[in-house]
Design a protein around this ligand. Structure first.
Ligand code: J2J
Length: 537
């Protein structure tokens, strides 16, 4: 495995191979097989563009040859930051065929996040859009290029300029297949640390995840999966998402954004059958479904996951959208649990379902790490064939978040029902889930304390009707002129931080409450009543 990654123990790897869970197949080869089986069937749709399996396969070959012509070699890291366009899929398959390793950045990421990703992975290539949502990614790429000597090549989907080239294509050639047990790509952790961590996902583990997820959704080649969420997000990429759809022979329709205005007409036009949403979007969809002129009748399944939902809202989703609901608990670190259509009473509405693999191990542990008796609420820890054993280049952090026997401490508070269903009860980790976005409190705090008028800062999530949570920054001012919310947001914006991480509210306090151990007492902050805070628009 790539240096800086933790392989699964050999005995378990053997077991997964013997069970056929890991098939020893690289992802690029899986597309080749799909193209042989489903050749003329439509694989991808975006606007008026329709791309068959055979075309996607051939395109990936030309791109692979093009990238190789630019000297991109196996194991080189390539930061990929693209919206939902077919090029995203084609070039990832091209990189998989070369054994080069995409690092999935989110479209909302800016200089701060991208620079970190490039530095951490030693990326040699950046691939982005020319401009997206009024932001010039070519200028950003040039800036990174000027700062980071290792970043050699810049490519865009769209208009090239300066050092930024168009995607390269060349006459297809054969390349040695990468080792299926090696890293195929990196996913970004939602993160609880000041700097986001990367999760190495192997060809073996991720093909298995996507297939297991597709099977838990009973996906077939007749399904049309609407990729509403960004496809660089684990949910829309492989749970079962785009990849699971392509492995099954279905069609993936790529939406520009996940709003009802964009997606409802697409559902009707393409007869979409399955989609995936985070709760804040599901809420919008449910509200708009009563008004829309679009026919949503083709939908058979809507997956919703990524954050907790109120029980009364959960009940409204299926009836409002006229299809089955599937609750999903997922994480880029691995474990996926899905509710199934024919589960026991209360299964779909009251739980986050069952793991997608029989090989997944779930335990609920108390503070000392001892396993709790059935029904007890504690931290969910897990290991399995698609839950990697460590973050990339993060030995100290790994020692804290993985147990000695390789269980990942999720930081989620949960219980297991008598049927083994997972129920998420809360969160131990210091993270804010704002709509679909995960925000590390530590990351925001580190930025805020750079402001000269900030002596100390603590960031928490506060309940929000629409987004689930919003970020509130508790700040102790330094000097006589306390900072305003606008100034703090401007500071973070100026530091090149993605917009969704900017605090929504500011509360100035004399001092931060401390625990007996001297850490900031976030529980006490969360319990605070209204204290005259300043809010952003
Ligand atoms: C409560 N919290 C949840 C749920 C995730 C599918 C779906 C979601 C993600 C995802 C994903 C939750 N109820 N149903 O990758 O493939 C919170 C937990 C978890 C964290 C992981 C997928 N579903 N969560 O959300 O890596 O706190 O993955 O640990 O972004 O989201 O976030 P992320």
């Amino acid at each position: 495995m790539l240096d800086g990654c933790t392989p699964w123990p050999e005995d378990l790897a053997k077991r997964y191979r013997a069970l056929g869970v890991w098939r020893g197949e690289p992802i690029g080869e899986a597309l080749r097989k799909a193209a042989r089986r489903f050749g003329p069937h439509t694989a991808l749709v975006r606007g008026n563009r329709r791309i068959t399996y055979a075309e996607l396969d051939a395109w990936a070959d030309r791109l692979a040859a093009g990238f190789a012509g630019h000297g991109i070699a196996p194991r080189e890291r390539v930061v990929v930051q693209l919206p939902n366009v077919p090029e995203f899929a084609a070039l990832c398959f091209a990189l998989f065929r070369l054994g080069a390793i995409p690092v999935f950045a989110l479209p909302a990421h800016r200089h701060s996040e991208l620079r970190h990703l490039c530095e951490l992975t030693g990326a040699t290539v950046y691939i982005g859009p020319d401009t997206h949502r009024d932001f010039d990614h070519r200028a950003l790429a040039e800036k990174l290029h000027a700062e980071l000597p290792s970043l050699r090549s810049l490519f865009v989907v769209g208009e090239p300029s300066g050092n930024v080239k168009a995607l390269p294509e060349a006459e297809p050639a054969d390349f040695p297949a990468p080792d299926p047990s090696d890293v195929a790509f990196f996913l970004l952790s939602g993160g609880t640390t000041a700097l986001p961590k990367l999760i190495p996902r192997t060809h073996d583990d991720y093909l298995y995840q996507s297939r297991a997820a597709a099977s838990a959704c009973e996906l077939t080649r007749d399904d049309v999966y609407l990729a509403a969420l960004p496809i660089g997000f684990n949910f829309a990429w492989g749970s079962p998402g785009l990849l699971g759809t392509l492995l099954t022979g279905g069609t993936a329709v790529l939406a520009d954004d996940p709003t009802p205005e964009t997606c409802f007409p697409l559902v009707e036009k393409e007869n979409a059958t399955v989609t995936a949403l985070v709760p804040s979007l599901a809420q919008l969809w449910v509200e708009e479904a009563g008004w829309t002129g679009s026919n949503l009748g083709s939908l058979r399944l809507v997956q919703v996951g990524g954050a907790r939902m109120k029980p009364e809202f959960v009940r409204s989703i299926g009836p409002a959208l006229g299809c089955a609901l599937q609750q999903v608990f997922g994480m880029a670190e691995g474990l996926l649990t899905f509710t199934r259509e024919h589960g026991p009473a209360g299964h779909v509405l009251g739980t986050q379902g069952l793991p997608v693999s029989d090989e997944d191990e779930l335990r609920i542990v108390g503070e000392g790490g001892a396993e709790l008796s059935p029904g007890g609420i504690g931290e969910l820890i897990t290991r399995g064939p698609y839950t990697p054993r460590g973050y990339y280049r993060a030995d100290d952090h790994n020692a804290r978040v993985f147990t000695e026997d390789g269980f990942f401490r999720t930081g989620d508070l949960a219980r297991l029902t008598e049927h083994g269903e997972l129920v998420i009860e809360g969160r131990l980790k210091d993270m804010i889930i704002r709509g679909g976005d995960k925000i590390s409190a530590g990351e925001v705090e580190a930025h805020l304390t750079e402001h000269p008028a900030v002596a100390a800062a603590a960031v928490i999530g506060v309940p929000d009707e629409f987004l689930g949570e919003r970020t509130c920054a508790y700040v102790v001012a330094r000097g006589t002129r306390p900072p305003t919310l606008a100034q703090l947001r401007e500071l973070m914006h100026g530091r090149g931080v993605a917009d969704y991480k900017l605090p929504d509210r500011l509360a100035l306090v004399e001092a931060l409450p401390l625990t007996p151990l001297g850490k900031v007492d976030k529980k006490a902050l969360r319990a605070k009543e209204d204290i005259g805070e300043e809010r952003a628009e």
